[in-house]
Design a protein around this ligand. Structure first.
Ligand code: CO8
Length: 375
């Protein structure tokens, strides 16, 4: 079997965007109302007062300035604090299918591919809007692809794990080309009433076409030199939403099934895992820091990314070496490193090497080392 390539990428960005200013204003209005409504209990020490959020904190702690969401009004409504998404009938495309198709069409076009050229669809993301039928099978049908499709979830590392699955599937001769799609609707599972995390996430969908050398139809692509995955169990980032919630005794309040994390611990524990993963992966491929032209890192926190990039490259990274998209997109879970790749890959020269790297809940981390190829 020949070499494997990423031959096209696509991105769907929702039209609604929320600035920090808007988000903090709505949170603080919610907090003021909550505190007024619970004044007696707060005074008696039975209910904790909700402190105000701050734009300055958000930018300093995370680097996030804005985020795209599927629905802005519902999130910013202090009486609601969650997206408002009209329920769809079974005869309509699901939301994740719709955004997947838009991102996939762009990836197919960039790869110069038709539906008939694709044999498999992997929908890889943190949250799936239903148990089954698999969203991937719905996307497969919407795009008119013959073959097979399935969903997978490794939280923020879903896309890189999906890339390894795609590369392995092609290497084994089980598909000529695979679409890896990450429709991340993080706003659906974020507690916008939680000051510690209300600013962290945004929505987006990415797609990539992965294929073998002899089917390439573009003049430029990225050869996958290697993939490496790592997981290590941790309770520090959790999403306890699941099909057994309704059976639990005592019942669990819905807010306890939303995203929660120990941000400081995540920061401290994940950085060394990621450094070790990237450096050992590069070494095993016979590469060193000097060979790396660009790092497309998971986009969760600017300080975390700068530290990881510094430890990998041996010097403070320039924005050219480790591009940032989280200032506009926030953390879009597994889509983040792929958005960075999608928006910052065309300027590399033939032979330039880069690393797409994810990290997040699980813990999970994925390294995909790629090299620019031109015909
Ligand atoms: N405004 C003002 N002050 C605040 C706010 C706020 N919004 N939030 C917290 N503070 C205060 C705190 O109360 C604290 O005050 P004090 O010192 O008096 O106790 C102070 O600010 C500092 O708080 P922290 O220690 O929590 O702040 P940090 O500097 O650690 O920053 C971060 C918090 C930004 C969360 C940071 O820790 C971080 O980004 N860590 C890395 C986390 C990370 O990368 N997580 C990845 C998780 S995502 C993932 O894997 C997939 C999830 C799947 C998607 C789910 C969709 C919903």
């Amino acid at each position: 079997m020949g070499r494997i390539y990423i031959s096209g990428s696509g991105l769907f960005t929702p039209s609604d965007a929320i600035s920090n200013e808007e988000l903090v204003a709505s949170f603080n209005e919610y907090a003021a109302k909550f505190n007024a409504a619970h004044a007696a209990d707060i005074e008696a020490g039975q209910v904790a007062e909700v402190p105000a959020s701050s734009e300055a904190f958000i930018v300093k702690a995370s680097g996030i300035k804005s985020r795209y969401v599927l629905n802005k009004d519902g999130v910013l409504d202090p009486e609601r604090m969650r997206p408002r998404l009209p329920r769809r009938s079974e005869n309509e495309a699901s939301i994740q299918c719709e955004m997947s198709v838009l991102a996939a069409r762009e990836a197919l076009e960039r790869a110069g591919k038709q539906a008939a050229d694709i044999d498999a669809v992997v929908v890889a993301c943190s949250n799936l809007q239903r148990g089954y039928p698999a969203v991937a099978v719905e996307v497969q049908q919407a795009l008119g692809i013959d073959g097979f499709a399935f969903d997978m979830n490794v939280a923020c590392s879903s896309a890189t794990f999906g890339l390894q699955v795609a590369a392995d599937t092609i290497s084994r001769g089980n598909a000529r080309a695979v679409l890896v799609i990450s429709p991340e609707i993080c706003s659906g599972h974020l507690n916008f009433c939680d000051r510690d995390s209300h600013f962290i996430f945004g929505d987006a969908c990415t797609a990539m076409v992965v294929e073998q050398e002899d089917t390439l139809s573009t003049d430029s692509a990225y050869e996958i030199l290697g993939t490496r995955l790592k997981t290590q169990f941790s309770n520090n980032i959790r999403n306890d939403f699941g099909f057994l919630n309704r059976a639990e005794e005592p019942p669990r309040p819905q807010k306890e099934t939303l995203f929660r994390q120990q941000g400081r611990k995540v920061f401290k524990e994940v950085v060394p895992i990621v450094n070790e993963l990237i450096l050992s992966h590069l070494a095993d491929l016979g590469l060193g820091a000097d060979d790396i032209r660009r790092l497309w890192l998971h986009q969760a926190n600017i300080n975390m990314n700068q530290l990881i990039a510094k430890r990998v490259l041996g010097h403070a990274p320039s924005d050219d070496e480790a591009p940032t998209i989280l200032d506009r997109y926030a953390n879009t879970s597994s889509a983040g490193s792929i958005i960075a790749f999608h928006q910052h890959h065309e300027d590399l020269a033939a032979g330039d090497v880069g690393v797409i790297c994810s990290f997040g809940a699980g813990y999970s981390a994925g390294s995909v080392v790629v090299r620019r190829w031109r015909r």
